[in-house]
Design a protein around this ligand. Structure first.
Ligand SMILES: *Cc1c(COP(=O)(O)O)cnc(C)c1O
Length: 381
């Protein structure tokens, strides 16, 4: 029997933290404080510090973090319903639901095939007089931000919103010459959304999310909107939502966040083994590193023409895989052909037709990755 390589087992992922998580959950349970409070503020401060922003505001989940950002910009008068937001065509559907829900028009831009992330060289031609913002999604953990994007945003006065659900801890080199510096995703644009969904690189034991920003007005508006639109008790300046970070989840996240870099280093080791060892003309590897950008390898995604055959071949040899994502968001039944009608998105279509995610988590050791790579190298049609 070959060894079974599981794709992801969250109990294994959380096992090293479990004693402390259990103690923290009991502490919060006994505290009598179940909404808001010191556990939430402490996590928010830690997240802002780790990210390199002035503010972090906890939210109920990552989708709400995005929704709250766009709604806050509308409440502050910096965007209006009907305005356009440029978004990557190749992403998880949650990336665009928040903006669309606020009445903004999402305008797709195709990805680069080697990074599968937004092709920043195509952004400028999508700008119109109604464009107010561009959203970058650091898909699969790979930072998607460069001087081209920064320049276009500056020239057209666009707000840059980051969907950082998959890339907490990833870094980008920004600036030039003397002012060269490393900055983390979540601190690259004007506002960023984080998700702590259990499968993310830092995952809660349920739903959780956050917004980071260094804009005090935006932070205050997001915080108020997430709490019924109230800036102080029984005083509602906006018709808001209830989307608060649960203090139980905040306490869990405060146990895990200090280990962000070692968690990401473990993923990088596995990705490095795949990158060095996978060598098969039928399997296209993702770009490993292109200098200025880093990936925290939320997923390690290869492309294979006969995806179903390849996945069956691996499954028969004990290797579990996944697909992120099989159906482009614009082809989802909820849009029923109404989103981006008539816009051909061939790169997005081809990526969604061919992508396969290999195991990359605490469940996969470097030796496991080497074994998976050698199985992949024996794959033929
Ligand atoms: C997970 C995810 C979200 C949504 O986060 P939730 O916490 O599940 O609401 C948004 N965008 C991307 C890219 C994601 O991977």
């Amino acid at each position: 029997m070959p060894k079974h390589h599981t794709f992801l087992d969250l109990a294994v992922v959380n096992a090293p933290y479990m004693d402390r998580i259990a103690a923290e959950l009991e502490r919060v349970a006994r505290s009598g404080r179940y909404v808001g409070g010191a556990d939430c503020s402490r996590f928010e401060q830690e997240l802002a510090r780790v990210t390199g922003t002035d503010f972090a505001v906890g939210t109920a989940n990552g989708l709400d973090a995005l929704r709250l950002i766009f709604r806050a910009y509308i409440e502050l008068g910096r965007m209006a319903p009907g305005d356009e937001v440029i978004v990557p065509a190749n992403t998880y559907i949650a990336s665009v639901l928040g903006a669309a829900d606020c009445g903004l028009r999402v305008v797709p831009v195709e990805p680069r095939v080697d990074t599968m992330n937004l092709d920043t060289s195509l952004v400028e031609q999508a700008v119109t007089p109604r464009t107010r913002a561009v959203m970058t999604v650091h898909l699969y953990g790979r930072a998607c931000y460069d001087s081209t994007l920064a320049e276009v945003a500056r020239r057209h006065n666009l707000i840059v919103v980051e969907d950082n659900a998959q890339a907490i801890g990833a870094e980008v080199t920004v600036g030039c010459g003397e002012s060269l510096q490393r900055r983390r995703t979540g601190a690259l644009g004007h506002a960023a959304a984080f998700s702590f969904y259990p499968t993310k690189n830092i995952g809660a034991l349920g739903d959780a999310g956050a917004v980071t920003t260094s804009d005090p007005e935006l932070a205050a508006a997001v915080r108020a909107l997430a709490n019924y639109g109230s800036d102080r008790q029984y005083h509602n300046i906006y018709a808001g939502y209830n989307s608060r970070l649960d203090p139980m989840q905040a306490a869990v996240l405060s146990v895990k966040l200090p280990h962000l870099d070692s968690e990401n280093a473990m993923r990088r080791t596995v990705a490095g083994v795949y990158d060095r060892m996978i060598d098969n003309p039928l399997v296209t590897k993702p770009l490993y590193d292109d200098g200025a950008l880093s990936s925290v390898w939320h997923q390690y995604v290869v492309r294979v023409d006969d995806r179903d055959g390849f996945r069956r071949y691996l499954a028969d040899r004990g290797v579990d895989t996944a697909v992120h994502y099989p159906v482009p968001l614009y082809r989802q039944p909820c849009y029923d052909g109404r989103l981006w009608h008539g816009t051909p998105l061939p790169v997005t279509d081809s990526i969604c037709r061919t992508v396969v995610s290999l195991p990359v988590s605490r469940c996969t050791s470097a030796d496991d990755a080497a074994e998976i790579a050698s199985i992949i190298n024996d794959y033929k049609i």
